[in-house]
Design a protein around this ligand. Structure first.
Ligand code: SAH
Length: 371
């Protein structure tokens, strides 16, 4: 974060210096600092929303040269098995006409490309609807999925025909509130500026009755996170599935049960960074509360499956067989393919922390991998 504008109360007769990088007033950190100094501390959810909107709009963060690597960027097997799971459910639903492939937060479009190829082999070639806010990532997606259509949010998705939906590492990037158990009761954390630094501070009182019962009695100092933005999106998604038919696969890292604890983290250049330093320059995430997502979906009349550990789920869908087939076709790549399979499935790597929650319309079959 840059220097403060505090104390400059005499009129400035000189034209302002040109802002660096054409950003109209410095970095996001500078602008957030001025906002907080002018109007007071902001919620952690607003801080996270502003930081991530800037982050994803200003770079392609994936892979070795970026900040982090996601499952579809590790191996084509991930997207292929997601595509097969969607195509299999569609097949057992009686191959209904007019189905759409929908992806939330498609990153580079790699998962969509791999899933659509696997679906095509299974006789399914749906129109593609991508929900993505970053113009820069939309361009990357267009290179891999040129026939896609883009949406800022779920409400403009087609309202006829079943939806075959996937969201990988989408919900973890959505804004979360932080509630903290203060000596006088629960309070919502606000981000303040002190000595030119962003610092989280206990803010206004928060009604304990709005917290899940399992965490209400947590000891002083405990932080509980909640993402109303995520619940809102899951509700909209579930309403669409209930009305139009279809299934959704939600893959992310997080906990199967609502639990207390601070999980907000920043990742930059493949290492953990301080979430309160240089907002918008690192990826801010929280662990996904799968219990809360499933409950929100059940409330809209769809069925929920899992969450299953990602490693177990990929195993049930045949990742061992798929990696063996790929290695047989390209023997010189065997070690790389087996390494990617292990990275996706081993419990100490992505196999356990990452989980898969499926939602299905009432009349649709149970999705594969959750038995
Ligand atoms: N699914 C991809 C990318 C995950 S990163 C993968 O697995 O590689 C998160 C993605 O969600 C990015 O594409 C980001 O631009 C997008 N995103 C983040 N917040 C969003 C929002 N509020 N609405 C739509 N897309 C969002």
């Amino acid at each position: 974060m840059g220097t403060s504008m505090k104390g400059s109360d005499s009129p400035d007769t000189n034209p302002p210096p040109a802002p660096p990088c054409g950003q109209g007033g410095g970095t996001l950190g500078d602008r957030l600092q001025r906002l907080i100094e002018a109007s007071g501390p902001i919620s952690v959810a607003d801080y996270m929303a502003l930081a991530n909107a800037h982050y994803y709009a200003s770079r392609d963060p994936f892979g070795r040269g970026g900040d982090f690597t996601t499952a579809p960027e590790i191996s084509q097997m991930f997207g292929e098995l997601v595509g097969l799971c969607l195509a299999d459910a569609w097949d057992r639903a009686g191959r209904p006409a007019g189905a759409h492939y929908v992806e939330l937060g498609p990153g580079r479009g790699t998962l969509a490309e791999d899933a659509l190829r696997a679906m095509r082999a299974a006789g399914l070639e749906p129109p593609v609807e991508l929900v993505e806010t970053s113009p820069l990532l939309r361009r990357a997606q267009a290179q891999r999925v040129p026939r896609a259509r883009w949406h800022d949010a779920l409400d403009s998705l087609p309202s006829d025909g079943p939806l075959l939906v996937v969201a990988n590492e989408f919900f973890d990037a959505l804004p979360a509130r932080q509630l903290v158990a203060a000596p006088d009761g629960w309070r919502e954390r606000r981000v303040a500026v002190e000595e030119d630094r962003f610092v989280p501070r206990a803010g206004p009182p928060f009604p304990a009755g709005s917290l899940p019962e399992s965490v209400r009695g947590a000891p002083q100092g405990t932080v509980v996170e909640a993402s109303p933005a995520s619940l809102g999106i899951v509700r909209l998604l579930a309403q669409r599935l209930a009305r139009q038919g279809g299934i959704a696969l939600i893959v992310d890292y997080g906990h199967a049960r609502t639990s207390a604890g601070e999980t907000l983290q920043a990742v930059r250049n493949h290492a953990y960074a301080d979430p309160w330093v240089e907002p918008g320059e690192s990826d801010l995430t929280v662990h996904v509360d799968f219990e809360a997502l499933a409950a929100a979906a059940l409330g809209e009349g769809v069925r929920a499956f899992g969450p299953a550990p990602q490693g177990v789920w990929l195993g049930r869908l045949g990742i061992v067989e798929r990696s063996a087939a790929l290695a047989a076709a390209a023997p010189r790549r065997r070690i790389e393919i087996e390494g990617a399979r292990d990275r996706l499935t081993a419990p100490e790597q992505m196999g356990s922390l990452f989980k898969v929650l499926a939602l299905a319309a009432a009349q649709w079959p149970d999705p594969a991998g959750f038995e």
